[in-house]
Design a protein around this ligand. Structure first.
Ligand SMILES: [Zn+2]
Length: 256
């Protein structure tokens, strides 16, 4: 069920019987010469809407702009500050609790959003507003990602390329070799990223000339479909687990 497509009497019926919502969040930021800037929010929204369609749970509209200042040197990247992002997500989540939602899954596809989403979730839990969880699609299927790609890359690599090949016709397939050769195949071997235990970079541009990592030529739409199916399955299982919890299980433990 997609909230924005429904009329309020049907949403009223949902809130009478269910109290779970999926909230997709991504970014609008550079993903190299071969992928659209929508990459992260396309992935998040596609997974959340598919999981909602299969399970019957509610999916909200997508938060398309996230915490991406570290990609600003590449044309088109959009971002908001962590403070603004946290406040916006908190407000949006409180809208949902007003309608009766008491458990939320933040369906996330952008690494830069992770810390902020976990902080918001911690605060919502501590003040007993609701129980929210941050879920990152590739973290739900780490073995499959490792099996499919030798150099999977944390950003703009073959896992995101394969997902976009499966989900859209926006991938520039003729630029995959350029993306690999102009970027960094293995981020952990990149020079200058670590000095005596300190990470010595702040922006994607510090490490990668074209903004991406990994071997993009390893991506195919078929691999993307496997990733999408496996991650959707994990997300539906998470929602079923969360929906089955008693409300008191989701509250903080009482003071000792
Ligand atoms: Zn991405």
């Amino acid at each position: 069920m997609y909230l924005a497509d429904e009329a309020w009497p049907d949403l009223e019926s949902y809130f009478e019987s269910e109290s779970l919502a999926l909230v997709p969040l991504g970014s609008t930021e550079q993903h190299g010469p071969h992928l659209p800037e929508s990459t992260d929010h396309v992935i998040a929204e596609s997974l959340a809407r598919e999981a909602a369609a299969r399970s019957g749970y509610l999916c909200t509209p997508t938060v398309n702009v996230g915490i991406s200042r570290h990609h600003r040197q590449f044309p088109g990247t959009m971002w908001v500050s962590p403070d603004t992002f946290r406040a916006y997500v908190r407000d949006l989540t409180e809208n949902l609790t007003y309608h009766g939602i008491d458990r939320v899954v933040y369906v996330n596809a952008h690494g830069g959003n992770v810390d902020a989403l976990r902080e918001v979730a911690k605060d919502l839990h501590a003040d007993e507003t609701c129980y929210a969880l941050e879920w990152m699609w590739d973290e739900s299927i780490p073995e499959l990602v490792d099996d499919l790609f030798e150099h999977n890359g944390p950003h703009g690599g073959p896992k995101e390329t394969a997902m976009l090949q499966h989900l859209t016709d926006l991938v520039h397939d003729d630029r995959l070799a350029d993306a690999r050769d102009g970027g960094v195949r293995d981020i952990w071997s990149a020079e200058g990223t670590n000095r005596h235990g300190a990470a010595t970079f702040f922006d994607a541009r510090d490490n990668s000339d074209n903004g991406v990592f990994g071997d993009q030529t390893d991506a195919t739409a078929e691999k993307g479909e496997r990733l999408f199916e496996a991650a959707t399955d994990q997300l539906v299982r998470l929602c079923d687990w969360l929906a089955a919890r008693e409300p008191e299980e989701l509250l903080p433990e009482p003071r000792v």
